[in-house]
Every structure is written in C-alpha cells, then in structure tokens.
Write a protein that binds this ligand. Sequence first.
Ligand code: NAD
Ligand code: UDP
Length: 338
Amino acid sequence: MAILITGGAGYIGTHAMVEFLEAGREVICVDNYSNSKPCALERVKKITGKNFKSYEVDLLDYDALEQVFKENKIDSCIHFAGLKAVGESCQKPLLYYHNNLTGTFNLCSLLSKYGAKKIVFSSSATVYGKPASVPITEDFPLSTTNPYGETKLMIERILKDIYASDSEWSVSILRYFNPIGAHKSGLIGEDPKGIPNNLLPYIAQVATGKRECLSIFGSDYNTHDGTGVRDYIHVVDLAKAHLKAIERAEKVTGVEYFNIGTGVGYSVLDIVKAYESATGAKVNYKIVDRRPGDIDECYANPEKAYNVLGWKAEYGIEDMCRDSYRWQTNNPDGYGEG
Ligand code: NAD
Ligand code: UDP
C-alpha cells in the first residue's frame, strides 16, 4: 500500500520522501511543479537509490487526481502541496484560497472515496497568531494575520469536521515552526524563487557572496537582543516527524495536533553568529525597519510530539547552518533549469 505525497517535489516534501524511502515505505508523489522542479525528485532517487512513481498533477484537477487513485493502491497521504508565501497571499488572496482549499477538498474527497482515510497535514505555527506567551502549547488560542495563515487554519477546521462526520479518519495536524537546513548530501534543499523572503535562504546567499548584505528587520523587539526570536528546526528532523505521524495514524483514528519545533528560540543575531561560526563565512548585515506583521517571539513546547509520537528534534543550530551552507555552496542557483 502506498503513501500519497502531495507537494513531494518541494522543500519539505523531498526531505520527507527521502526519509520514507529509507524507511522502506512505498511513496507516490503528486506535484504540479508550480514551486518546484522535477529534477528534485531525481535527486531523491540518487540519495536513496530507490525508485518511486511521480505524477505531474494539479490538485485542482479532480479527474487527473482521481486517475492516480485508480492506478495505485493508496492507503494514506502526507499533504504538503500548497502555496506558502505570506506576502503574496496578501496580494493574491483568491489564488491562495482557491489553490490551498480547493486542492484539499479534491484530495480529501478522493481519500474518502478510495478508503484511504489517513492524512498528515502541513500546518504552521502561524495559526497561533501573536501568542500571548512562549513557549507555545497546542491548546493556545488560534488566530491568523494573513490569507496564507487563514488557509492553514481553515484546513485544520475542515479536517476536524471531516473526522466529526466519519470516525474512520485519522488526521494528524503538524504545526511546523521554522524549517531550515538541508539534507547532508547537499543534493536537496530550499530553492526559493527570486529574492528569498525567509531568513535562512537569505543568509545562505549572503554567506556565499550571491547577495551583499542581510537586512535585519528590526532591533527593538522585546527579546534578549532586540531582534526577532524563532524556533528553527532542521528540515530532516521535520521530515522524520511525518514518518512518526503516519505510523500513529495507521494505528489510531481521531484528530491530533502537534507542534514540530525544537523548543529553543534563537534571535536573528544569534543565527547570524551561529552561521558564521558553523561555516567560517562572513554574513554582512544591517539593521532596518521592522517587517510589518512580524512578531517578537515564537517558539514551541514540543513535548506532546515526544510523548505521543516519540519524536523529538535531534539536530542543533550548527548542523542546520552547516547543511544550509553546503546546499547553497553546491547549488548556487538551486536546481537551476531543473
Ligand atoms: P514548497 O513550495 O517547496 O512545496 C510545496 C509543493 O507543493 C511545491 O512543490 C508545489 O509545486 C506544490 N504545489 C502547490 N500547489 C499545488 C497544487 N495545486 N497541486 C499540486 N502541487 C502543488 O513548500 P514547503 O516549504 O516544502 O512547504 C510544504 C508545506 O508545508 C506547505 O503546505 C507549507 O505551507 C507548509 N509549511 C511550510 C513552512 C516553511 O517554512 N517552509 C512552514 C510551515 C508550513
Ligand atoms: N528576518 C530578517 N531579515 C530577512 C528575513 C527575515 O531579519 O531578510 C527575520 C524576521 O523578521 C523574523 C525572522 O527573521 O524575525 C524569521 O523570519 P522568516 O521570514 O524566516 O520566518 P517567519 O517570519 O515566518 O517566522
């Protein structure tokens, strides 16, 4: 029985594909390559020495997606596919709602129709909005500040309603904190289009000379050094959490929510220093105004994931920086033409 991996060619999806294949699981990738390239899947095959089926299918195309279910025995799904840029979601809300929600409707209808009622969903710490305190536990109040976050929260609620209507479902909602780093092979990693929005890809491009200087967005936050604090998690650790989540979904029904973070908060300046010490490269930076919508501090209490799934992060910040640098150095233009 195969596990359907939607968005499997993306940043987190490729790393998850590696972990699933190395654990001996059968996976089938579905991706429309709107934010990824097919060659990323070739790299997954190279790392693992294993083959798998992949389909260029848009989740918005119900018939094409159903064909994948007809041709394969699918038992469960890891649902990564979605658009994820916060700024773009504010400019193009309809695109985000349509892609992320309609794609999920089609997927869930087919998972139900073909009796594959087990799903692990990629949610985000963004559903905690501006948390009243840190560390954050799963029972904190939920709110969002942009259409991207709204799609995550809406999908969480939709999945909860699906389970309420049909108790055969197993729903595992993973709320990721800040995934960074890359596989140690240096063959797969994050490949942002154009100017990176996120901190680590930007730092990687400064450290390798592709960009001149990091702009640090604000130094007057209520944190130990005034710069924003986040919970950075190695993407390989994050990938492994999906394996634990699907193993549990195979055993129990219900809806469960898990924070997937390290439980440690690092400021932007901490990260700059860690990157320099882990790689020996220089990260030039300047302080500029705050980025609208950013919060002071966000880090997880990840105990529930440990207690229930038996998962915890293994990699530290130096590993994350070193692996990010290796990926960036080996692939200065990401996957290139793909
Ligand atoms: P990514 O963009 O690298 O991967 C998403 C993949 O989904 C891409 O390969 C894209 O082509 C595909 N896709 C998008 N819409 C599709 C559609 N309609 N049909 C088929 N394929 C489609 O992003 P990622 O960083 O790997 O994130 C994976 C998931 O995790 C996303 O749902 C994202 O919102 C969520 N998430 C990411 C982060 C992060 O910081 N990277 C944090 C929290 C949550
Ligand atoms: N950040 C920054 N410069 C950048 C990108 C990000 O100073 O070019 C800061 C940002 O203000 C936040 C932290 O780095 O405090 C993490 O930002 P990112 O966009 O990576 O993640 P998110 O805001 O989604 O947590």
